[in-house]
Ligand binder design. Structure first.
Ligand SMILES: [Cu+2]
Length: 351
């Protein structure tokens, strides 16, 4: 049975690489509308197929761009690299100071990027900006560099504090509140405990605010395994796009999907504070992949955008601009590629 599945996967991979190039990311992250869409993870077999399919099979002209991508000079190394810790290993005092910093964002008047009086705090603006950029930062290769910007963390401490991460699916109820199971009717539960108890979600529409809601589908969160992690890590010949697609559409997606309502609404998911711990984990996977072979933290390949008229994708390069619509200054992909450069200045405690 296993052998047969393997043969089928091989067959599918061979077909995918010879088939005509699809114009959009095949599936996985749904984009029902620019702001809508519930996250849907892909099954294991599809992730295997991604890791076996050369990038040219789903994103045209990528391989010919590889050489362009290396032209820009790498940034100088950071003199004092800080370490992003795993949440569950942090001291209580450090956890408390992180949570206080997040709460501070929730209480800080908006910068105004969402227009006059539209919102109450910078926190709401962070979720709003993510919502506005939804189709430009998901289902494309910009996904990893954009989420490395650590928008909230950067705002918390003027780039001095690198937020923690949650490795794998170890959801943490301390400070972040409960993760109750999804109800029989498929609804989440308003979170009434922890540091963010009764937090009101205002993005994307402050006139229709809702509660911070969670409801776990254990079957889904259980799909995040070290085996999946290792599959997406690939080997020395893995292309960036394969790694990105695998991570985004499996481990990244199952956590969004499995944690419930606030998190499964992809576009506005930064409303749930646990989003940033989860994306620390996603970023850790990219950094682990980058460190596994020389040159990976200096080059980038793939697609930044798929034009609606069906013309070839707009390539992602070191010069591609990463905008947060004014939350923090725009950066380029080249600025964030190497986490240990003079702009980013961080690494992780363990790989
Ligand atoms: Cu996102």
């Amino acid at each position: 049975m296993k052998l047969m599945t393997f043969a089928l996967v091989l067959l599918a991979a061979a077909f995918a690489s010879s088939a005509s190039i699809p114009l959009h990311e095949p599936r996985g992250i749904e984009h029902a509308s620019p702001h809508g869409g519930r996250v849907k993870a892909i099954p294991w077999d599809e992730a295997v197929q991604i890791m076996k399919t050369p990038p040219g099979g789903f994103c045209g002209k990528v391989s010919s761009l590889d050489t362009n991508a290396t032209e820009a000079q790498p940034r100088p190394k950071c003199a004092n690299t800080t370490i992003r810790p795993e949440w569950n290993r942090m001291a209580d005092a450090d956890k408390l100071s992180y949570v206080r910093a997040v709460k501070c964002l929730m209480d800080t008047p908006p910068l105004g990027v969402w227009g006059e009086n539209a919102t109450r705090s910078i926190w709401d603006e962070v979720a709003w900006v993510h919502d506005q950029l939804n189709v430009r930062i998901h289902g494309v290769d910009t996904f990893l560099p954009f989420h490395r910007l650590r928008r909230a963390d950067a705002l918390v401490a003027r780039d001095q504090l690198h937020g923690p991460l949650l490795r794998l699916w170890f959801f943490t109820a301390d400070y972040f509140g409960a993760l109750p199971p999804l109800s029989k009717t498929g609804d989440g539960t308003c979170i009434t405990d922890g540091a963010f108890a009764n937090f009101t979600v205002r993005s994307p529409d402050p006139n229709h605010s809702s509660c911070l809601s969670r409801g776990e589908t254990k079957q889904t969160t259980d799909e995040a395994t070290t085996a999946m992690l290792d599959l997406c890590h690939g080997d020395a010949t893995t292309e960036y796009t394969q790694h990105r697609r695998c991570v985004e559409q499996t481990i990244h997606a199952v956590m969004h999907e499995g944690i419930g309502p606030t998190m499964w609404l992809l576009a506005t998911s930064p409303n749930d504070p646990v989003f940033f711990l989860h994306h620390g984990f996603v970023d850790w996977q990219w950094k682990r992949w980058q460190d596994a072979a020389p040159g990976r933290s200096m080059t980038i390949t793939g697609c930044a955008e798929y034009p609606a008229d069906g013309s070839p994708c707009i390539p992602l390069t070191r010069d591609t601009v990463l905008t947060t619509m004014g939350l923090i200054p725009d950066m380029t992909v080249g600025d964030v590629l190497d986490t240990e450069n003079d702009v980013m200045c961080y690494t992780y405690d363990e790989f």
